[in-house]
Write a protein that binds this ligand. Structure first.
Ligand code: HEC
Ligand code: HEC
Length: 374
């Protein structure tokens, strides 16, 4: 009895909310009609086509939020927004200015440059397989989701230097975008185009940036074989042969993503105490002293394309990276014990790099989404 009454009350509440929402939308559309004549979008069909992401069965399946499923139309819109400088204050910078497809979505700089050529704090991160990075985005893991991340660069003064109010206005008045938002999200009028839909579309596009068809993957699937040098490099990387020296790399850069997504100190920075890191990384987010100088272990997929290396871009080449690890790095209280002096010959180092190059995915599989649509 009681349950039934509760249901009834709930149903009338929903009805009221529904009517309220309708009136709200009608008012919204009619007000924008007065402004621009293009408020109503309901004449454009809304028939989103679900998009099935092709994934590697060696990866744990991507978790896609229930309120932002992948659709053809959402991805198309997200890709357009990603490459469009309309998001930045002076219309010079798009997401792709710093995340360039041919550099595995990085920019080739130690520290990224934003609008007005202002230098940022850190090196741009590759977006390949970013849909699988669940333990927090950015070098310090401070953002929980791609939807939340996509809201940030627009208003970052060192990146796009804009405000969302300006971007929303530009998109609502644009000749093409309102129709794309209608097709992707069913927006009924231009005024309902907002930053949250922009972020959702970009996040959908980013989830399609998957890479699992590098020469390495072909070897793992039994479709190709390593060269002698690559195989030696593989064995050294994963400490897999008792007749070769160990490198400890595989503890942190795990197969198949080549990261364990943890926040660790790999000893690149010389400091007196943990308070002295010029960039405290994870510690600045958690406030925990021991986390200072810890950064998220980056994936090594496509590493050949993403120089310079580390959060501050301090190493220009893979040779310099290997020399760093071989030296054992700088000691600190929280230096991970897997970073320690290695006994690698010149040949071992060269073979490690030969192996790392097998992680470069130039296959056609990610090419259709890599193209700049503009
Ligand atoms: C001025 C250069 C620049 C622009 C423009 C830019 N980014 Fe970035 N991006 C970076 C840098 C630098 C980082 C690392 C920042 C940090 O760790 O604090 C980053 C990190 C990211 C990450 C985190 C990746 C990971 O593995 O955790 C995502 C996702 C991302 N950017 C997406 C975008 C999107 C979407 C846009 C456009 C809306 C954009 N970026 C615009 C430079 C840029
Ligand atoms: C203790 C865990 C750990 C071990 C062991 C380790 N790494 Fe790393 N690696 C990291 C972390 C953390 C970073 C990012 C550090 C930063 O930017 O401050 C990183 C960064 C890198 C980068 C730069 C990636 C980029 O996108 O800039 C390369 C290349 C790399 N490691 C290769 C290796 C190789 C090769 C080995 C073995 C010789 C190895 N790593 C061993 C944790 C580790």
């Amino acid at each position: 009895m009681l349950g039934k009454q509760k249901n009834k009350r709930r149903r009338s509440l929903y009805l009221l909310l529904g009517i309220g929402a309708c009136i709200f939308l009608m008012v919204q559309c009619s007000s924008s009609k007065r402004d621009s004549d293009s408020g109503d979008l309901t004449y454009i069909p809304y028939q989103p086509q679900p998009f099935t992401l092709q994934e590697s069965d060696r990866f744990v399946k991507m978790q896609i939020p229930a309120d932002n499923p992948l659709t053809e139309q959402g991805i198309t819109l997200g890709r357009q927004l990603f490459f469009d400088p309309i998001l930045s204050a002076d219309s010079t910078q798009s997401c792709a200015s710093c995340h360039q497809p041919d550099k595995a979505f990085t920019d080739g700089l130690s520290k990224s440059k934003g609008v007005h050529k202002l230098e940022g704090r850190r090196s741009a991160m590759s977006l390949v397989n970013v849909g699988y990075f669940y333990k927090g985005l950015f070098w310090d893991g401070r953002v929980p989701s791609l939807e939340a991340q996509a809201l940030i660069p627009v208003e970052d003064s060192l990146e796009m230097g804009n405000t969302w109010e300006v971007v929303e206005k530009r998109l609502r008045q644009h000749p093409d975008y309102p129709s794309l938002f209608r097709q992707a999200f069913g927006s009924t009028c231009t005024d309902s185009i907002d930053r949250f839909l922009v972020a959702k579309a970009i996040a959908q596009y980013e989830r399609t940036l998957v890479s699992y068809n590098a020469p390495y993957d072909q070897v793992m699937r039994g479709e190709a074989v390593f060269t002698v040098a690559e195989k030696r490099g593989f064995d050294i990387f994963f400490d897999a042969s008792s007749s070769l020296p160990v490198s400890e790399c595989g503890h942190c850069h795990l197969d198949p993503l080549f990261t364990n997504l943890d926040f660790l100190n790999n000893g690149i920075q010389k400091v007196g105490t943990l308070d002295n890191f010029p960039d405290k990384g994870r510690g600045a987010i958690t406030g925990v002293y021991y986390d200072n100088g810890q950064f998220r272990v980056p994936s090594l997929r496509n590493i050949e394309l993403t120089a310079p290396y580390m959060h501050d871009g301090r190493f220009k080449t893979l040779e310099a990276v290997i020399d760093h690890y071989a030296s054992g790095g700088h000691f600190a209280e929280n230096l991970n014990p897997n970073v320690r002096k290695l006994h690698l010959s010149a040949r071992d180092k060269a073979d490690l790099i030969a192996f790392l190059r097998t992680l470069t995915d130039t296959s056609g599989r990610i090419v259709p989404v890599l193209e700049n649509p503009l």
